[in-house]
Every structure is written in structure tokens, then in C-alpha cells.
Write a protein that binds this ligand. Structure first.
Ligand SMILES: CC(C)(COP(=O)(O)OP(=O)(O)OC[C@H]1O[C@@H](n2cnc3c(N)ncnc32)[C@H](O)[C@@H]1OP(=O)(O)O)[C@@H](O)C(=O)NCCC(=O)NCCS
Length: 282
């Protein structure tokens, strides 16, 4: 496993060093200009780059900015990428830990970001490795996107929340209290809100149980390249399942895998959130 150094960016050269990696990951159409990144860094945001020893090109980077959500300051993480050859190395976690440290120093308790709910690897990383959760679904969040990961489908996103000060998060990052296997959940009788039937999504079931599984394809980008119509069917089915569950107060809190690579979100009902206080009300 290569060793990495994580450098926090403070100048334009460091921000500019992310551009080639942004282009490589998403293509040039959605690149964040380094001048904007630097302005964000100078205003409470965060950019860090990971370098493998003896490789002058960045192996990964993370970029986020300070924001307000639900009346609270929060850090919004806009981009995270690890160069293909360094995936599976632990660098992504190192970058997120650096971002977490920056936010904790600022007194920020939650880092948020959006992700495509059908990207199994990202889900495994966000929910399994980091201990994040989601309770919010956005249809076609960015509209039509031209880049190689997103083109051809509505850009639906789940909004991921990462409570960085929680004990559960610390444990996850230390590799403790890891998620159960999907087979264990099935053995315990957890039912499916959405389940694959062969390659295809099945019908979306009713909610109501204390735990529910929502299956997604193992390799969505491969599926999309192979069969665009089927990829769209998964987009629509997962959208219906998430929206139904979130409307009933569920959150997705884990992403479980089976020995043969099948994978599913685990959904549980959340305590109801109080509506914000209406200050105009007399
Ligand atoms: C997202 C990204 C930064 C994560 O980095 P990474 O090095 O791939 O992440 P890790 O290997 O640490 O974690 C990925 C997890 O997904 C698992 N995984 C890999 N392929 C998978 C698949 N097809 N299905 C399910 N899980 C998968 C890995 O085994 C690992 O889980 P584990 O630690 O429980 O074994 C990187 O993949 C990337 O740059 N992707 C492209 C850019 C992108 O999508 N960014 C958005 C991030 S929200």
C-alpha cells in the first residue's frame, strides 16, 4: 500500500494542481476554476491534495466550502477524487479526515455533500467507511450534465450528512463497528423496498417495517455503458423507492454488501424533526 502525504492548499499553485485530476475524473466540462477554489479557501473553505511518495502528480484531492443549512453553519464538500491507480488505498479516507479536522477546528459539526445514489462504490465509502447517512433526495439536482460520469441520465442526488463529532463516526473511521453483511440482514428477515430481479429493478414495495433494504446495481457505470434504457429504469425505480421512504421519515444509514457483490442501502425510521420555529408568528 503506498504512503501518502496530505497537503492543505493555501495558494493558487496548489489549487491549480487539482485541475488535471478534475479533468481526468469528470472531464473538462465541470471543472471548478482554481481562482474560485482559492477564493473559497480564503473564506473558510478547504482544499487538500494527497501525494504518493515519489509521484509529483496529485493522487487525490478534496474541495469544500463553508455554508449554511437548516439555519446552522455546515461545510459543503463539493468534490472528492482519487486517481484510478490509487483507489482502494485509503487515501480517500485520509483526505476526508483532513477535511473533518479543518471543520472541527471551526466548530462545524456536520459536513454535507451530494452523491449519485446509484454509485455503489461511493455509497460504500460514504456510508460504510465514513459513517454518513441520508434523508433527502433531489431529482435531477444539477440538470443535464455533460461529464463522463453523469451524461445521459437525470442527475438525481441524495444529500449525504456526515456528523463529524459523533462517536459513531470516530469508530467507523477507526474501522470499529463496521456494517453487517447483506446476508446477515436478509437472514434476520429484513425485507426489500426495492430488489433486483435479474438485471432489472423489481417493483417498489410498501414501507412500514423497522428496517428496509434498497438494492442498487453493483457497477452502475458499466450498466449505463451497456444498456442506457436499463440504467434509466434503475434511476426511476431508486428515485421512487427513496422518495417513498424519505416521505415516511426513513433515513438510509448503512450500505451493505454480500459476498457475491450484491449491495443495498439499509433504511430505518428516524425520529421526526421539529419544524423550524416561525419567528413571524405572534
Ligand atoms: C469516490 C472515491 C474518492 C473513493 O475512493 P476509493 O479509493 O475508491 O475508496 P475506497 O476504496 O477507500 O472505498 C470504496 C469502497 O467501495 C468498495 N467498492 C468498490 N467497488 C465497489 C462496487 N462496485 N460496489 C460496491 N462497493 C464497491 C470498496 O471495496 C470499498 O469498500 P470497503 O472499504 O468496505 O472494502 C473514488 O472512487 C473516486 O475518485 N471516484 C470518482 C469520483 C467520484 O465519484 N467522486 C464523488 C465522491 S462522493
Amino acid at each position: 500500500m503506498p504512503e501518502f502525504r496530505v497537503d492543505v492548499a493555501h495558494d493558487i499553485a496548489a489549487c491549480a494542481a487539482t485541475v488535471a485530476l478534475q479533468e481526468e475524473t469528470w472531464s473538462g466540462d465541470v471543472v471548478v476554476p482554481p481562482q474560485l477554489m482559492l477564493a473559497v479557501v480564503h473564506n473558510g473553505g478547504f482544499v487538500a491534495l494527497g501525494y504518493a511518495l515519489e509521484d509529483p502528480r496529485p493522487a487525490g484531492f478534496v474541495f469544500g466550502f463553508l455554508g449554511i443549512y437548516d439555519f446552522h453553519f455546515r461545510h459543503h464538500s463539493h468534490m472528492l477524487a482519487v486517481r484510478e491507480q490509487y483507489r482502494g488505498s485509503g487515501l480517500a479516507k485520509q483526505l476526508k479526515e483532513a477535511q473533518r479536522d479543518h471543520c472541527l477546528d471551526q466548530g462545524i459539526e456536520v459536513v454535507g455533500w451530494t452523491m449519485d445514489p446509484l454509485e455503489a462504490r461511493n455509497a460504500r465509502f460514504n456510508f460504510g467507511t465514513l459513517g454518513a447517512f441520508t434523508r433527502t433526495y433531489h431529482r435531477d439536482f444539477y440538470g443535464a450534465m455533460p461529464d463522463r460520469l453523469n451524461q445521459g441520465l437525470p442527475s438525481d442526488r441524495i444529500y449525504v450528512e456526515w456528523p463529524i463529532g459523533h462517536d459513531r463516526t470516530y469508530k467507523r473511521l477507526r474501522g470499529e463497528n463496521t456494517a453487517a453483511a447483506l446476508e446477515d440482514a436478509e437472514r434476520e428477515g429484513v425485507g426489500y423496498l426495492l430488489r433486483a430481479e435479474g438485471d432489472h429493478p423489481g417493483a417498489v414495495a410498501q414501507v412500514g417495517a423497522s428496517h428496509l433494504l434498497l438494492e442498487i446495481p453493483q457497477a452502475f457505470q458499466d450498466l449505463k455503458a451497456r444498456d442506457a434504457k436499463l440504467a434509466l429504469a434503475w434511476r426511476i425505480a431508486a428515485r421512487a423507492a427513496f422518495e417513498r421512504a424519505f416521505a415516511e421519515g426513513y433515513a438510509a444509514v448503512e450500505f451493505l454488501r454480500s459476498a457475491n457483490g450484491r449491495c443495498a442501502y439499509l433504511l430505518v425510521p428516524q425520529p421526526r424533526r421539529e419544524p423550524p420555529i416561525d419567528t413571524d408568528e405572534q
